[in-house]
Ligand binder design. Structure first.
Ligand code: SF4
Ligand code: MG
Length: 313
């Protein structure tokens, strides 16, 4: 049932002004098969670093990725790609401009030596149809397509591998608002049809509200709250989640970095505040918060996790 659990401490490879940047710390996340987990936080909180580790594009300094309880680490990146596929924010830069759409979508099959050329061509045609692209798109170049069509190509490329998990990293934030809803609906339809599991990354709670089953909220590289959609949206327990939610209710959702109403910009991740890293911005902070970091505690029902000394009930 549990599709993925992981624990990371990333140090070694990432440096910023000479100091080790702890981009993601001891994040453990289990995504039940067939569900959508939203991963939400401001830009720079480590969401994309986490996604890159899941995709094998960055090596965690500790921890592992598991699918159905099996660690993927030893299997290498090629095996990882069979299980986990990405859809990135920017369809402009993630598609090779010199390749035709059919070749772009076929590439993962070729890399993994799947099927004969004829079988691959059939699967490409089927998949393009699935994501709502017209037949002629197969012979076009990315530059001839609209932003929404390009994101459909990226979705087709991810789905052609029949992955267990699709990592969607801000997949609609580069698109016009009118196109965003179409792409989100397409992702939902595909999830229902194929029983896909998504990790859906966004800086904006409003974007994930209609998609997710569960939400994990990240702040400065750590998960500060995790719960069901109902709980997070109706009764958020962490002050940071409460601030994010308040900002998501302001107009123009999905455009740029939200002003989360806490004045301050996010602290330097290479030099995080003592105790609870959120304390300089937290309206509920007390002396204890500066000294002691709150553990991520699971509630008695086992339904939510929250890291705050003074979490709301
Ligand atoms: Fe705020 Fe303290 Fe809770 Fe951190 S531990 S979120 S500073 S109340
Ligand atoms: Mg990002």
């Amino acid at each position: 049932l549990c599709a993925l659990s992981k624990r990371f401490t990333l140090g070694g490879g990432l440096f910023k002004r000479g100091r080790a940047l702890q981009a993601v710390s001891e994040v453990s996340l289990a995504i039940p098969r067939g569900q959508v987990m939203g991963l939400v936080g401001e830009s720079g909180c480590g969401k994309s670093t986490l996604a890159k580790m899941l995709l094998g594009l960055t090596t965690p300094s500790a921890g592992e990725v598991r699918v159905d309880g099996r660690p993927l680490g030893d299997a290498g990146q090629k095996a990882l790609a069979r299980h986990i596929q990405p859809i990135f924010q920017d369809p402009y830069s993630s598609l090779n401009p010199r390749k035709r759409v059919a070749a772009i979508v076929e590439l993962p099959l070729r890399v993994h030596g799947i099927g004969t050329p004829r079988e691959r061509a059939r699967r490409v045609a089927e998949t393009l149809d699935l994501v709502g692209l017209p037949k002629r798109a197969a012979e076009q170049f990315p530059g001839q397509l609209s932003g929404g069509q390009r994101q459909r190509v990226a979705i087709a490329r991810a789905l052609i591998m029949r992955p267990d998990i699709v990592i969607c990293d801000e997949p609609t934030s580069a698109l016009d608002v009118s196109v965003q809803a179409q792409i989100l609906n397409l992702l939902l339809d595909l999830k229902q049809e194929f029983g896909l599991t998504y990790l859906f990354i966004s800086h904006d709670l409003a974007v994930v509200e209609h998609l997710v089953d569960r939400v994990a909220v990240m702040y400065l590289g750590r998960i500060v709250e995790e719960g069901s959609r109902e709980q997070i949206f109706a009764a958020p327990r962490h002050p940071y989640t409460q601030a994010l939610l308040a900002s998501a209710l302001t107009p123009e959702p999905g455009l740029g970095v939200p002003d989360i109403g806490l004045g301050d910009v996010m602290p330097d991740p290479s030099n995080p505040p003592s105790g609870c890293a959120f304390h300089p911005r937290c309206p509920k902070a007390q002396a204890l918060c500066r000294e002691t970091r709150p553990a991520l505690v699971t509630d008695t029902a086992g339904a939510t996790r929250v890291a705050c000394h003074f979490a709301s009930a």
